[in-house]
Design a protein around this ligand. Structure first.
Ligand code: ZN
Length: 298
């Protein structure tokens, strides 16, 4: 049984002037629903404003919650922040936080949205409004739910917002393995960054992942891994620059889950990037991340 966090608010119609492809979260839900009793569904509450303000500037939080984000910030985000988008932005961090609690109880749980790693203190960016990873990690540590959270970001783009928002927090470490020449142009500093050259394939990727992540796991000794499981390192991704195969993505997720399991560390996953015209194929890749992790951590 896989514990999955989902909320109807995750699935919204595309706002006007949006260049982000909406509908992915609904497709992920539908694919997981086909698993019937194999999935235990959980619905989150919207995260409290104070936890958003722990990592984001209160003025920016107010702009989002009142759907009054200035146009220049909306351009950085990639879509307008309507009241519906604002509601979703508050629900998704609640989902990541709830999924983390479920992972601590069961070994693994997944949020069907989230991974909004580009959101910064004073603005969203790159299709991200609030940084659910940073918000959830800070709340988990500050409330004493778990002492050490390692955010493992395997999205093809650097987790710049997450790194910036959690920098210096004693209970939180960040790891990002990404295509060096990809967005964002100006990188932040994670606890450990692993920039990759364009076009890297499965074997070189997995070797690098092993050689960099395993020492960090043994040094930081996390009590929870928060996994941003972006599928945009896939070879045919519209915004990726790497060349992982479908099998390579599975090997990636199985490897991380195996290292976590060997150390007794629970894993919570969010989705992340995945871009292209075939929404169902991308949703299927996201679902495969969830089922691969669940299987390896069972
Ligand atoms: Zn990405």
């Amino acid at each position: 049984m896989i514990h999955v966090v989902h909320h109807p608010d995750y699935v919204t119609a595309a706002p006007a002037r949006s260049n982000y492809r909406w509908g992915k979260n609904g497709a992920i839900r539908d694919l997981l629903a086909r698993m019937g009793d194999g999935v235990a569904w959980h619905a989150p509450d919207a995260i409290g404003r104070r936890w958003l303000e722990e990592v984001h500037d209160p003025d920016y939080v107010e702009q989002v919650l009142s759907a009054a984000v200035p146009r220049d910030k909306e351009r950085r985000i990639g879509f307008p922040v309507t009241p519906v988008v604002a509601q979703r932005a508050q629900m998704v961090p609640g989902g990541t936080w709830l999924a983390a609690n479920l992972a601590l109880a069961h070994g693994f749980a997944a949020n069907t949205a989230g991974g909004s790693h580009h959101a910064l203190a004073e603005t969203g960016a790159g299709y991200c409004v609030f940084n659910d990873l940073a918000v959830a990690a800070v709340r988990l540590v500050e409330e004493g739910t778990t002492p050490r959270v390692l955010i493992v970001d395997v999205d093809v783009h650097q987790g710049d917002g997450t790194a910036a928002l959690t920098a210096g927090h004693p209970g939180i470490a960040t790891y990002s393995i990404h295509a060096e020449r990809n967005f964002p142009v100006r990188k932040a500093r994670s606890t450990l960054d692993v920039p990759l050259a364009d076009g890297i394939g499965d074997d070189a990727y997995l070797e690098t992942l092993h050689d960099t992540l395993v020492p960090l796991l043994d040094g930081f000794r996390p009590t929870l891994i928060l996994y941003q499981g972006g599928v945009d390192p896939f070879a045919d991704d519209r915004l990726g620059r790497l060349a992982l195969s479908e099998e390579g993505l599975i090997r990636r997720d199985r490897a991380v889950a195996g290292w976590a399991k060997a150390r007794g560390v629970p894993v919570v996953s969010t989705v992340g990037g995945g871009y292209g015209d075939d929404v169902m194929a991308i949703a299927a890749r996201h679902v495969r991340v969830i089922t691969t992790l669940a299987e390896a951590l069972a």
